[in-house]
Structures are given as structure tokens and as C-alpha cells.
Design a protein around this ligand. Structure first.
Ligand SMILES: Nc1ncnc2c1ncn2[C@@H]1O[C@H](COP(=O)(O)OP(=O)(O)O)[C@@H](O)[C@H]1O
Ligand SMILES: [Mg+2]
Length: 233
């Protein structure tokens, strides 16, 4: 089937079913908008495993996503959507760019979760947008934006509670939403340690892509250790 799009982490193919796509998780790891790159054997398998697991778990809590089913170690079928070009970032604890921007130490616990919205545009370096920019650029209406934010916060609550069972803190994560042919907003893309920050609540050990970004530990072993901790296989 036709390759529709190749991104940094996944390839998107058409299928012979209308509105159904096949997503293949690649072994490529990138950071800093593609400046740092590597190819890590087994990464695609692990992220397909995590993403399938989290989408299924969310479905069990009544939160729908594009996920249909996992069809091989590295592939899943998803509902096709028109991606809303926003990186919807939910943050519980300051880390990464937020810690820098507000002048706090990484690990600064915020009073409540906050949402950051970035324009999904590699050429522009994914700049942060406010609600006005998003409305005026016709990226989403105010109404759609409220729905997206509410869903993101709901997903945050489910994921925080889930990780708490394993003594892991959900520091932050990035979501993408899309629009179905009939105009509904649906959670899409992926949920994996590539798109979340996950720290051991006691030791603060990182179980996410920061180990790759910052050369802290090997990525595959770190993701495998997370899968083992969560009992996902
Ligand atoms: N259900 C979907 N329908 C259409 N496109 C999707 C869907 N889910 C994810 N995508 C898109 O697939 C592309 C490939 O993913 P990825 O490799 O992570 O790309 P990127 O390099 O843009 O982060 C992205 O543009 C993402 O927005
Ligand atoms: Mg991506």
C-alpha cells in the first residue's frame, strides 16, 4: 500500500479500507528538531507496544482515539484524521524548555497541570502559540480548543493515576489531535516514552527520551526497563 507520509518516528500508509491508515513505528530516534539522530534496533517495536497499550487503556476509560488495533510488532491500524497542527503539551512538573523559560529547577511541581500549545511546524521550530494565534490562523476555533484542552486534562488524570501504581511520576507529555471526516475531534498520533517525561517518583530516574537527548543512558534498555516495570509485552 502507498506510503502517504514519512515522519521522524513513524511511516503512514494507506490501506484498502476507507479512512483506515497503517502506521509503522520506525527505529529512528531524533531530538532537537531532528538535529540529533540515531537508529536504535527495537525502538519501533517498543513504541508500538507502548502506544497501543496506552490507547487501549484510554479507550477502557471512555477516551476515544484513532487507534483501531495492533497488527504486527511495529504496526497498528488507525482511523485517518486531518491532524490539527498543534502539539498539545500537558505539564505537571516543570522540566525541559519550561524549566528554562520560567527560571525554575527541573522538578518544580506546579500547583495544577498547565497546557502549552505549539504550532506543529518543523520549519518554524514548533513555536508556542496562544489561543488568539490559533483562532486567527484558523488552526482551531475557540470552541474546538476548549474541547482539546479538556480532553488533554482528562487524559492527564488517567495517565497520572496509572503511572502512580508503578511509583512513576508523569512529568509532562505531548498529544496530537485530528479531525475525522464528520468533524469530530479525535486523539491521534502516539503516546510513548518519546512523547512523555516519566520519572521514578523516589529516585527521579528518567524512563523517557531525555536519556537519548542528554546521553544519560541507552534508549532501548531504558524503554525496555519501563515496559518491564509496567508489565507490558
Ligand atoms: N490518525 C492519523 N491520521 C493522519 N495522520 C496521522 C494520524 N496519527 C498521526 N498522524 C501523523 O503521522 C505523521 C507521522 O508521525 P511522526 O513520524 O511522529 O511525524 P513527525 O516527524 O511529524 O513527528 C505525523 O505528521 C502525525 O501527525
Ligand atoms: Mg511525531
Amino acid at each position: 500500500m502507498e506510503l502517504l507520509y514519512e515522519g521522524k518516528a513513524k511511516k503512514v500508509y494507506s490501506t484498502d479500507t476507507e479512512n483506515v491508515l497503517r502506521i509503522e513505528y520506525k527505529n529512528d530516534a531524533t531530538a532537537f528538531n531532528g538535529v540529533k539522530k540515531d537508529n536504535i534496533e527495537g525502538k519501533g517495536i517498543l513504541n508500538n507496544l507502548f502506544s497501543s497499550f496506552f490507547f487501549e487503556m484510554l479507550a477502557g476509560k471512555g477516551i476515544k482515539s484513532h487507534f483501531i488495533k495492533k497488527i504486527s510488532q511495529t504496526e497498528q491500524l488507525v482511523q485517518s484524521v486531518t491532524i490539527i497542527p498543534l502539539e498539545v503539551i500537558v505539564r505537571n512538573v516543570a522540566a525541559g524548555t519550561l524549566a528554562k523559560r520560567i527560571g525554575k529547577e527541573e522538578g518544580y511541581l506546579m500547583r495544577r497541570p498547565i497546557i502549552e500549545l505549539c504550532y506543529k511546524n518543523d520549519a518554524l521550530g514548533d513555536p508556542m502559540l496562544n489561543d488568539d494565534h490559533i483562532e486567527v490562523l484558523d488552526i482551531a476555533t475557540q470552541f474546538e480548543l476548549q474541547e482539546i484542552k479538556a480532553k488533554a486534562l482528562e487524559i492527564n488524570e488517567v495517565l497520572i493515576a496509572y503511572f502512580k501504581n508503578f511509583n512513576i511520576d508523569l512529568i509532562d507529555f505531548k498529544l496530537e489531535f485530528g479531525k475525522t471526516a464528520d468533524g469530530k475531534i479525535l486523539l491521534a498520533d502516539e503516546i510513548s516514552p518519546d512523547t512523555c517525561r516519566l520519572w521514578d517518583a523516589t529516585t527521579k530516574q528518567k524512563f523517557d527520551k531525555d536519556v537519548f537527548r542528554r546521553d544519560i543512558a541507552p534508549l532501548r534498555e531504558t524503554y525496555q526497563a519501563l515496559a518491564d516495570k509496567l508489565g507490558i509485552s
